[in-house]
Design a protein around this ligand. Structure first.
Ligand code: ACO
Length: 401
Protein backbone atom coordinates (compact mmCIF):
# COMPACT_ATOMS: atom_id res chain seq x y z
CA UNK A 1 0.00 0.00 0.00
CA UNK A 2 1.39 3.40 -0.99
CA UNK A 3 0.74 6.32 1.32
CA UNK A 4 -0.62 8.90 -1.15
CA UNK A 5 0.12 11.77 1.26
CA UNK A 6 3.83 10.94 1.20
CA UNK A 7 3.91 10.94 -2.60
CA UNK A 8 1.68 13.91 -3.33
CA UNK A 9 2.51 15.87 -0.20
CA UNK A 10 1.46 19.47 -0.74
CA UNK A 11 -1.34 18.96 -3.30
CA UNK A 12 -4.69 19.98 -1.77
CA UNK A 13 -6.62 17.38 -3.73
CA UNK A 14 -5.46 14.31 -5.57
CA UNK A 15 -7.89 12.65 -7.98
CA UNK A 16 -7.46 9.31 -9.68
CA UNK A 17 -9.70 9.23 -12.75
CA UNK A 18 -8.66 6.66 -15.39
CA UNK A 19 -9.93 7.71 -18.81
CA UNK A 20 -10.75 11.20 -17.41
CA UNK A 21 -14.43 10.30 -17.17
CA UNK A 22 -15.17 13.09 -14.70
CA UNK A 23 -12.18 15.42 -14.86
CA UNK A 24 -12.23 18.69 -16.83
CA UNK A 25 -8.77 19.48 -18.22
CA UNK A 26 -9.54 23.05 -19.26
CA UNK A 27 -12.15 25.78 -19.61
CA UNK A 28 -13.47 26.21 -23.14
CA UNK A 29 -16.08 28.40 -24.86
CA UNK A 30 -16.01 26.57 -28.19
CA UNK A 31 -18.19 23.45 -28.04
CA UNK A 32 -20.94 22.32 -25.68
CA UNK A 33 -22.20 18.74 -25.45
CA UNK A 34 -25.13 17.49 -23.40
CA UNK A 35 -24.59 13.76 -23.80
CA UNK A 36 -27.82 12.74 -22.04
CA UNK A 37 -29.98 14.96 -24.22
CA UNK A 38 -27.98 14.36 -27.42
CA UNK A 39 -27.15 18.07 -27.89
CA UNK A 40 -24.05 19.47 -29.62
CA UNK A 41 -23.55 23.23 -29.93
CA UNK A 42 -20.64 25.13 -31.50
CA UNK A 43 -20.37 28.60 -29.95
CA UNK A 44 -24.05 28.16 -29.06
CA UNK A 45 -25.30 27.05 -32.50
CA UNK A 46 -26.85 23.55 -32.83
CA UNK A 47 -24.88 21.20 -35.09
CA UNK A 48 -27.91 20.21 -37.18
CA UNK A 49 -28.65 23.87 -37.96
CA UNK A 50 -25.03 24.51 -38.91
CA UNK A 51 -25.00 21.39 -41.11
CA UNK A 52 -28.21 22.53 -42.81
CA UNK A 53 -27.68 26.27 -43.19
CA UNK A 54 -23.95 26.95 -43.04
CA UNK A 55 -20.77 26.06 -44.93
CA UNK A 56 -17.63 24.43 -43.57
CA UNK A 57 -15.57 27.59 -44.00
CA UNK A 58 -18.20 29.59 -42.13
CA UNK A 59 -18.05 27.03 -39.29
CA UNK A 60 -14.23 27.32 -39.35
CA UNK A 61 -14.56 31.08 -38.87
CA UNK A 62 -17.07 30.55 -36.06
CA UNK A 63 -14.89 28.05 -34.20
CA UNK A 64 -11.76 30.16 -34.55
CA UNK A 65 -13.26 33.57 -33.83
CA UNK A 66 -16.31 32.93 -31.65
CA UNK A 67 -18.92 34.57 -33.92
CA UNK A 68 -20.44 33.89 -37.32
CA UNK A 69 -18.80 36.16 -39.93
CA UNK A 70 -20.49 39.07 -41.67
CA UNK A 71 -20.51 38.83 -45.48
CA UNK A 72 -17.38 41.02 -45.68
CA UNK A 73 -15.59 39.02 -42.97
CA UNK A 74 -16.47 35.78 -44.73
CA UNK A 75 -15.15 37.00 -48.07
CA UNK A 76 -11.87 38.10 -46.46
CA UNK A 77 -11.54 34.77 -44.63
CA UNK A 78 -12.22 32.74 -47.78
CA UNK A 79 -9.60 34.75 -49.69
CA UNK A 80 -7.07 34.23 -46.90
CA UNK A 81 -7.68 30.46 -46.80
CA UNK A 82 -7.47 30.04 -50.57
CA UNK A 83 -4.20 32.00 -50.59
CA UNK A 84 -2.61 29.31 -48.41
CA UNK A 85 -3.74 26.15 -50.23
CA UNK A 86 -0.46 25.43 -52.08
CA UNK A 87 2.32 23.24 -50.73
CA UNK A 88 6.03 23.91 -51.16
CA UNK A 89 7.38 22.14 -54.27
CA UNK A 90 9.75 20.07 -52.10
CA UNK A 91 6.72 18.39 -50.58
CA UNK A 92 6.46 16.19 -53.69
CA UNK A 93 9.76 14.59 -52.73
CA UNK A 94 8.50 14.11 -49.19
CA UNK A 95 5.45 12.14 -50.40
CA UNK A 96 7.47 9.98 -52.78
CA UNK A 97 9.67 8.90 -49.84
CA UNK A 98 6.82 6.75 -48.51
CA UNK A 99 6.19 3.17 -49.61
CA UNK A 100 3.44 3.12 -52.22
CA UNK A 101 1.25 0.96 -49.96
CA UNK A 102 1.67 3.26 -46.93
CA UNK A 103 -1.55 3.94 -45.04
CA UNK A 104 -2.63 7.52 -45.88
CA UNK A 105 -2.93 8.28 -42.13
CA UNK A 106 0.79 7.46 -41.76
CA UNK A 107 1.50 9.92 -44.58
CA UNK A 108 -0.77 12.55 -42.98
CA UNK A 109 0.99 12.31 -39.61
CA UNK A 110 4.39 12.75 -41.27
CA UNK A 111 3.37 15.42 -43.79
CA UNK A 112 1.58 17.68 -41.30
CA UNK A 113 4.45 17.41 -38.81
CA UNK A 114 6.83 18.28 -41.66
CA UNK A 115 5.06 21.61 -42.25
CA UNK A 116 7.06 22.95 -39.30
CA UNK A 117 10.20 22.44 -41.39
CA UNK A 118 8.79 24.84 -44.00
CA UNK A 119 7.20 27.59 -41.88
CA UNK A 120 9.78 28.68 -39.34
CA UNK A 121 7.75 31.76 -38.36
CA UNK A 122 5.01 29.52 -36.92
CA UNK A 123 7.42 28.30 -34.26
CA UNK A 124 6.80 31.62 -32.46
CA UNK A 125 3.67 30.45 -30.64
CA UNK A 126 3.63 33.43 -28.27
CA UNK A 127 2.76 35.82 -31.10
CA UNK A 128 -1.06 35.94 -31.62
CA UNK A 129 -0.61 36.98 -35.28
CA UNK A 130 1.59 33.95 -35.95
CA UNK A 131 -0.91 31.70 -34.21
CA UNK A 132 -3.64 33.01 -36.51
CA UNK A 133 -1.49 32.52 -39.64
CA UNK A 134 -0.69 28.95 -38.53
CA UNK A 135 -4.41 28.24 -38.12
CA UNK A 136 -5.13 29.58 -41.62
CA UNK A 137 -2.25 27.61 -43.13
CA UNK A 138 -3.44 24.38 -41.56
CA UNK A 139 -7.10 24.79 -42.58
CA UNK A 140 -5.98 25.67 -46.13
CA UNK A 141 -3.34 22.99 -46.60
CA UNK A 142 -5.12 19.99 -45.08
CA UNK A 143 -7.25 19.29 -48.21
CA UNK A 144 -4.14 19.54 -50.40
CA UNK A 145 -2.19 17.15 -48.15
CA UNK A 146 -5.14 14.74 -47.78
CA UNK A 147 -5.76 14.65 -51.54
CA UNK A 148 -2.05 14.02 -52.16
CA UNK A 149 -1.97 11.21 -49.62
CA UNK A 150 -4.92 9.68 -51.52
CA UNK A 151 -3.41 10.21 -54.98
CA UNK A 152 -0.12 8.75 -53.82
CA UNK A 153 -1.84 5.65 -52.42
CA UNK A 154 -3.61 5.00 -55.76
CA UNK A 155 -0.53 5.81 -57.86
CA UNK A 156 -2.00 8.85 -59.63
CA UNK A 157 -0.36 12.24 -60.29
CA UNK A 158 -1.01 15.06 -57.85
CA UNK A 159 -3.56 17.72 -58.79
CA UNK A 160 -2.81 21.30 -57.72
CA UNK A 161 -5.46 23.37 -55.88
CA UNK A 162 -7.83 25.63 -57.84
CA UNK A 163 -8.72 28.62 -55.76
CA UNK A 164 -11.86 29.71 -57.61
CA UNK A 165 -13.59 26.53 -56.36
CA UNK A 166 -15.24 26.17 -52.98
CA UNK A 167 -13.37 24.39 -50.18
CA UNK A 168 -15.23 21.09 -50.71
CA UNK A 169 -15.18 21.33 -54.53
CA UNK A 170 -11.47 22.01 -54.53
CA UNK A 171 -10.83 18.98 -52.33
CA UNK A 172 -13.04 16.66 -54.41
CA UNK A 173 -11.34 17.84 -57.60
CA UNK A 174 -7.85 17.29 -56.14
CA UNK A 175 -8.92 13.81 -55.00
CA UNK A 176 -10.82 12.62 -58.06
CA UNK A 177 -9.57 14.34 -61.18
CA UNK A 178 -6.34 13.88 -63.09
CA UNK A 179 -4.53 17.07 -64.21
CA UNK A 180 -5.73 17.05 -67.84
CA UNK A 181 -9.33 16.25 -67.05
CA UNK A 182 -12.07 18.85 -67.24
CA UNK A 183 -13.60 17.93 -63.87
CA UNK A 184 -17.13 19.11 -63.05
CA UNK A 185 -18.35 19.32 -59.46
CA UNK A 186 -21.48 17.36 -58.54
CA UNK A 187 -23.59 19.67 -56.32
CA UNK A 188 -25.07 16.82 -54.24
CA UNK A 189 -21.67 15.26 -53.53
CA UNK A 190 -20.08 18.68 -52.91
CA UNK A 191 -22.78 19.57 -50.39
CA UNK A 192 -22.42 16.14 -48.75
CA UNK A 193 -18.65 16.59 -48.46
CA UNK A 194 -19.06 20.04 -46.96
CA UNK A 195 -21.64 18.71 -44.49
CA UNK A 196 -19.39 15.81 -43.50
CA UNK A 197 -16.63 18.34 -42.80
CA UNK A 198 -19.02 20.43 -40.66
CA UNK A 199 -20.13 17.36 -38.67
CA UNK A 200 -16.52 16.48 -37.84
CA UNK A 201 -15.26 20.03 -37.17
CA UNK A 202 -15.00 19.90 -33.37
CA UNK A 203 -16.09 17.79 -30.42
CA UNK A 204 -14.61 19.41 -27.30
CA UNK A 205 -12.01 17.49 -25.24
CA UNK A 206 -11.97 14.12 -27.03
CA UNK A 207 -8.75 12.06 -27.09
CA UNK A 208 -7.16 13.75 -30.13
CA UNK A 209 -8.09 17.30 -29.05
CA UNK A 210 -6.74 16.64 -25.57
CA UNK A 211 -3.57 15.33 -27.23
CA UNK A 212 -3.25 18.56 -29.24
CA UNK A 213 -3.75 20.67 -26.11
CA UNK A 214 -1.29 18.61 -24.07
CA UNK A 215 1.36 18.77 -26.80
CA UNK A 216 0.69 22.50 -27.22
CA UNK A 217 0.95 23.17 -23.50
CA UNK A 218 4.70 22.65 -23.70
CA UNK A 219 4.94 25.39 -26.35
CA UNK A 220 5.50 22.91 -29.21
CA UNK A 221 4.80 24.36 -32.66
CA UNK A 222 1.24 24.02 -34.03
CA UNK A 223 2.14 21.63 -36.86
CA UNK A 224 3.78 19.21 -34.41
CA UNK A 225 0.71 19.46 -32.16
CA UNK A 226 -1.74 18.75 -34.99
CA UNK A 227 0.44 15.81 -36.14
CA UNK A 228 0.11 14.43 -32.58
CA UNK A 229 -3.67 14.86 -32.83
CA UNK A 230 -3.76 13.00 -36.16
CA UNK A 231 -1.76 10.12 -34.65
CA UNK A 232 -4.23 9.86 -31.77
CA UNK A 233 -7.26 10.09 -34.07
CA UNK A 234 -6.05 7.07 -36.03
CA UNK A 235 -6.98 4.61 -33.25
CA UNK A 236 -10.05 2.38 -33.83
CA UNK A 237 -11.73 3.58 -30.63
CA UNK A 238 -11.64 7.15 -31.98
CA UNK A 239 -11.48 8.35 -35.61
CA UNK A 240 -10.48 4.95 -36.93
CA UNK A 241 -13.96 3.68 -36.00
CA UNK A 242 -15.50 4.75 -39.34
CA UNK A 243 -13.17 2.37 -41.20
CA UNK A 244 -13.91 -0.35 -38.66
CA UNK A 245 -17.68 0.25 -38.89
CA UNK A 246 -17.63 -0.27 -42.65
CA UNK A 247 -15.49 -3.40 -42.26
CA UNK A 248 -18.00 -4.70 -39.75
CA UNK A 249 -20.95 -4.11 -42.12
CA UNK A 250 -19.03 -5.94 -44.85
CA UNK A 251 -18.28 -8.80 -42.49
CA UNK A 252 -21.96 -9.12 -41.56
CA UNK A 253 -22.73 -8.97 -45.28
CA UNK A 254 -26.48 -9.58 -45.24
CA UNK A 255 -29.47 -8.83 -43.04
CA UNK A 256 -30.03 -12.50 -42.12
CA UNK A 257 -26.57 -12.69 -40.49
CA UNK A 258 -27.26 -9.78 -38.08
CA UNK A 259 -28.69 -11.84 -35.16
CA UNK A 260 -25.61 -14.10 -35.14
CA UNK A 261 -23.30 -11.06 -35.17
CA UNK A 262 -25.24 -9.30 -32.42
CA UNK A 263 -24.97 -12.45 -30.29
CA UNK A 264 -21.17 -12.28 -30.73
CA UNK A 265 -21.28 -8.68 -29.40
CA UNK A 266 -23.31 -9.81 -26.38
CA UNK A 267 -20.85 -12.66 -25.80
CA UNK A 268 -18.17 -9.91 -25.77
CA UNK A 269 -16.24 -11.38 -28.67
CA UNK A 270 -16.16 -7.94 -30.32
CA UNK A 271 -17.85 -4.53 -30.15
CA UNK A 272 -20.44 -3.05 -32.43
CA UNK A 273 -18.34 -0.47 -34.26
CA UNK A 274 -19.99 2.90 -34.82
CA UNK A 275 -22.02 2.38 -31.64
CA UNK A 276 -21.54 3.92 -28.22
CA UNK A 277 -19.83 7.09 -27.11
CA UNK A 278 -18.09 8.25 -23.97
CA UNK A 279 -20.26 11.35 -23.71
CA UNK A 280 -23.46 10.66 -25.67
CA UNK A 281 -25.79 8.40 -23.76
CA UNK A 282 -28.47 9.24 -26.32
CA UNK A 283 -28.53 9.45 -30.13
CA UNK A 284 -25.42 11.30 -31.41
CA UNK A 285 -26.99 14.40 -33.09
CA UNK A 286 -24.36 14.16 -35.84
CA UNK A 287 -25.44 10.60 -36.65
CA UNK A 288 -28.95 11.82 -37.56
CA UNK A 289 -27.58 14.31 -40.11
CA UNK A 290 -25.08 11.71 -41.34
CA UNK A 291 -27.86 9.18 -41.94
CA UNK A 292 -29.80 11.71 -44.06
CA UNK A 293 -26.66 12.65 -45.99
CA UNK A 294 -25.96 8.95 -46.57
CA UNK A 295 -29.37 8.47 -48.23
CA UNK A 296 -28.87 11.58 -50.40
CA UNK A 297 -25.45 10.41 -51.61
CA UNK A 298 -26.55 6.83 -52.28
CA UNK A 299 -29.57 8.07 -54.28
CA UNK A 300 -27.36 10.45 -56.26
CA UNK A 301 -24.76 7.84 -57.22
CA UNK A 302 -27.42 5.21 -57.88
CA UNK A 303 -26.59 2.92 -54.95
CA UNK A 304 -29.87 3.47 -53.12
CA UNK A 305 -30.20 -0.29 -52.78
CA UNK A 306 -26.66 -0.81 -51.39
CA UNK A 307 -26.83 -4.05 -49.36
CA UNK A 308 -24.55 -2.53 -46.69
CA UNK A 309 -27.06 0.29 -46.16
CA UNK A 310 -29.77 -2.33 -45.67
CA UNK A 311 -27.57 -4.11 -43.10
CA UNK A 312 -26.86 -0.79 -41.33
CA UNK A 313 -30.54 0.22 -41.12
CA UNK A 314 -31.62 -3.20 -39.86
CA UNK A 315 -28.72 -3.44 -37.39
CA UNK A 316 -29.59 -0.02 -35.98
CA UNK A 317 -33.26 -1.06 -35.62
CA UNK A 318 -32.36 -4.31 -33.84
CA UNK A 319 -29.80 -2.69 -31.52
CA UNK A 320 -32.12 0.18 -30.55
CA UNK A 321 -34.68 -2.36 -29.34
CA UNK A 322 -32.33 -4.83 -27.66
CA UNK A 323 -31.98 -4.52 -23.84
CA UNK A 324 -28.19 -5.15 -24.06
CA UNK A 325 -27.72 -1.92 -26.02
CA UNK A 326 -30.63 0.01 -24.46
CA UNK A 327 -29.43 -0.66 -20.87
CA UNK A 328 -25.89 0.49 -21.75
CA UNK A 329 -27.26 3.51 -23.66
CA UNK A 330 -25.44 2.47 -26.83
CA UNK A 331 -26.68 4.45 -29.83
CA UNK A 332 -25.18 4.90 -33.31
CA UNK A 333 -22.44 7.51 -33.39
CA UNK A 334 -21.32 9.61 -36.36
CA UNK A 335 -19.07 6.82 -37.64
CA UNK A 336 -21.91 4.39 -38.21
CA UNK A 337 -23.15 5.97 -41.46
CA UNK A 338 -20.08 7.95 -42.55
CA UNK A 339 -18.24 4.88 -43.92
CA UNK A 340 -21.06 3.86 -46.29
CA UNK A 341 -21.42 7.47 -47.44
CA UNK A 342 -17.73 8.01 -48.11
CA UNK A 343 -17.43 4.68 -49.89
CA UNK A 344 -20.32 5.67 -52.19
CA UNK A 345 -18.52 8.95 -52.91
CA UNK A 346 -15.52 6.95 -54.16
CA UNK A 347 -13.17 6.97 -51.15
CA UNK A 348 -11.45 3.75 -50.07
CA UNK A 349 -11.77 2.83 -46.38
CA UNK A 350 -8.15 3.92 -45.63
CA UNK A 351 -9.18 7.50 -46.47
CA UNK A 352 -12.06 7.76 -44.02
CA UNK A 353 -9.98 8.78 -41.01
CA UNK A 354 -7.95 11.13 -43.23
CA UNK A 355 -11.16 13.02 -44.05
CA UNK A 356 -12.00 13.13 -40.36
CA UNK A 357 -8.53 14.59 -39.64
CA UNK A 358 -8.95 17.16 -42.42
CA UNK A 359 -12.20 18.41 -40.90
CA UNK A 360 -11.15 18.14 -37.24
CA UNK A 361 -8.06 20.28 -37.87
CA UNK A 362 -10.13 23.43 -37.37
CA UNK A 363 -11.37 22.15 -34.00
CA UNK A 364 -7.87 21.18 -32.91
CA UNK A 365 -6.33 24.50 -33.91
CA UNK A 366 -9.21 26.53 -32.41
CA UNK A 367 -8.74 24.70 -29.11
CA UNK A 368 -4.95 25.17 -29.33
CA UNK A 369 -5.44 28.91 -29.98
CA UNK A 370 -7.92 29.20 -27.11
CA UNK A 371 -5.41 27.55 -24.79
CA UNK A 372 -2.83 30.23 -25.61
CA UNK A 373 -5.36 33.01 -25.03
CA UNK A 374 -5.96 31.74 -21.49
CA UNK A 375 -3.71 33.69 -19.09
CA UNK A 376 -3.81 30.82 -16.58
CA UNK A 377 -2.28 28.39 -19.11
CA UNK A 378 0.06 25.82 -17.57
CA UNK A 379 2.01 22.95 -19.01
CA UNK A 380 -0.21 19.83 -18.87
CA UNK A 381 1.32 17.41 -16.44
CA UNK A 382 -0.98 14.63 -15.15
CA UNK A 383 0.06 12.77 -12.00
CA UNK A 384 -0.16 9.03 -11.45
CA UNK A 385 -1.07 6.57 -8.73
CA UNK A 386 2.22 4.74 -8.28
CA UNK A 387 1.83 0.98 -7.79
CA UNK A 388 5.46 -0.18 -8.19
CA UNK A 389 7.98 -1.31 -5.55
CA UNK A 390 9.05 0.94 -2.68
CA UNK A 391 12.73 1.97 -2.51
CA UNK A 392 15.18 -1.00 -2.49
CA UNK A 393 18.96 -1.49 -2.78
CA UNK A 394 20.62 -2.15 -6.15
CA UNK A 395 21.89 -5.76 -6.53
CA UNK A 396 25.01 -6.26 -8.73
CA UNK A 397 24.32 -8.54 -11.73
CA UNK A 398 26.54 -11.41 -10.46
CA UNK A 399 24.56 -11.50 -7.19
CA UNK A 400 21.10 -11.71 -8.79
CA UNK A 401 19.29 -15.05 -8.56
N1 ACO B 1 -20.42 -2.51 -28.64
C1 ACO B 1 -20.75 -3.34 -27.63
N2 ACO B 1 -20.67 -3.01 -26.32
C2 ACO B 1 -20.20 -1.79 -26.04
C3 ACO B 1 -19.84 -0.85 -27.05
C4 ACO B 1 -19.99 -1.27 -28.39
N3 ACO B 1 -19.67 -0.45 -29.39
N4 ACO B 1 -19.43 0.28 -26.47
C5 ACO B 1 -19.53 0.10 -25.15
N5 ACO B 1 -19.99 -1.15 -24.90
C6 ACO B 1 -20.31 -1.72 -23.59
C7 ACO B 1 -19.08 -2.18 -22.85
O1 ACO B 1 -18.78 -3.52 -23.09
C8 ACO B 1 -19.47 -1.92 -21.42
O2 ACO B 1 -20.33 -2.93 -21.01
P1 ACO B 1 -20.25 -3.53 -19.50
O3 ACO B 1 -20.53 -2.35 -18.59
O4 ACO B 1 -21.26 -4.60 -19.44
O5 ACO B 1 -18.83 -4.03 -19.33
C9 ACO B 1 -20.32 -0.65 -21.48
O6 ACO B 1 -20.88 -0.65 -22.81
C10 ACO B 1 -19.51 0.62 -21.26
O7 ACO B 1 -18.39 0.59 -22.14
P2 ACO B 1 -17.09 1.46 -21.95
O8 ACO B 1 -16.00 0.89 -22.79
O9 ACO B 1 -16.83 1.66 -20.49
O10 ACO B 1 -17.58 2.85 -22.53
P3 ACO B 1 -16.65 4.04 -22.93
O11 ACO B 1 -17.46 5.27 -22.71
O12 ACO B 1 -15.34 3.97 -22.24
O13 ACO B 1 -16.39 3.76 -24.48
C11 ACO B 1 -16.31 3.94 -26.82
C12 ACO B 1 -16.75 4.61 -25.51
C13 ACO B 1 -14.78 3.70 -26.79
C14 ACO B 1 -16.63 4.90 -27.97
C15 ACO B 1 -17.05 2.60 -26.99
O14 ACO B 1 -18.45 2.83 -26.99
C16 ACO B 1 -16.62 1.84 -28.24
O15 ACO B 1 -15.63 1.10 -28.21
N6 ACO B 1 -17.39 2.00 -29.38
C17 ACO B 1 -17.03 1.35 -30.63
C18 ACO B 1 -15.98 2.18 -31.34
C19 ACO B 1 -16.54 3.45 -31.91
O16 ACO B 1 -17.58 3.47 -32.57
N7 ACO B 1 -15.82 4.56 -31.67
C20 ACO B 1 -16.18 5.87 -32.20
C21 ACO B 1 -16.45 6.83 -31.10
S1 ACO B 1 -17.05 8.33 -31.76
C22 ACO B 1 -15.70 9.09 -32.39
O17 ACO B 1 -14.58 8.95 -32.00
C23 ACO B 1 -15.98 10.01 -33.48
Amino acid sequence: VVDVRKLYGDADVFTFDPGFTSTASCESAITYIDGDAGILLHRGYPIDELAEKSTFLEVCYLLLNGELPTAAEYEKFETTITRHTMLHAQFDRFFSGFRSDAHPMAIMTGAVGALSAFYHDSINVDDPKQREISAHRLIAKMPTIAARAFKYSVGQPFVTPRNELSYAENFLRMAFSVPAEDWKPNPVLTRAMDRIFILHADHEQNASTSTVRLAGSSGANPFACIAAGIACLWGPSHGGANEEALNMLKEIGSVDRIPEYVQGVKDRKYRLMGFGHRVYKNYDPRAKVMQKTCHEVLDEVGHGDDPLLKVAIELEKIALNDPFFVDRKLYPNIDFYSGITLRAMGFPAEMFTVLFALARTVGWISQWKEMFEDPSRKIGRPRQLYTGPTQRPFIPIDKRA
